[in-house]
Write a protein of this length. Structure first.
Length: 99
C-alpha cells in the first residue's frame, strides 16, 4: 500500500464517506488514483463499497473490521511521527549519530 492508500484509510477512519467526500479529504489525489486505490483496498479486505440502488446512484465507502483494526495500530504511529517530525527533520538531528 502506498501513500494514497494510507491517506484514504485515514480519511475513512473518521467514518463512512462518499466518493466526492473522499476526493476532498485526500488532497491531491486524482480520480483515477482514487478509483485504483479503492479497488486495491477493497480487494485487500480493508474497505467495503456499498452501492445504494437509487437514482442518482449513491456509493459509500467504509472500513471493514480488518481496516478498523489496522487503523487502530497505524493512527498512533502517524501521531508519533507528526509529534516528532520537526525534531527528525532538523539539521541537528541529521548530524546526530544513530544507535
Amino acid at each position: 500500500m502506498g501513500k494514497w492508500g494510507v491517506l484514504v484509510l485515514v480519511a475513512l477512519s473518521e467514518g463512512t464517506l462518499r466518493w466526492g467526500e473522499l476526493r476532498r479529504a485526500v488532497d491531491g489525489i486524482s480520480e483515477k488514483m482514487l478509483a485504483s486505490t479503492l479497488r486495491t483496498l477493497d480487494a485487500d479486505g480493508l474497505v467495503v463499497r456499498l452501492a445504494h440502488p437509487e437514482v442518482p446512484p449513491r456509493v459509500e465507502y467504509s472500513l471493514t473490521p480488518r481496516g478498523r483494526d489496522l487503523m487502530q495500530r497505524v493512527l498512533p504511529l502517524m501521531e508519533w511521527i507528526a509529534d516528532n517530525a520537526d525534531d527528525m527533520l532538523s539539521p541537528a538531528a541529521a548530524s546526530t549519530p544513530r544507535a
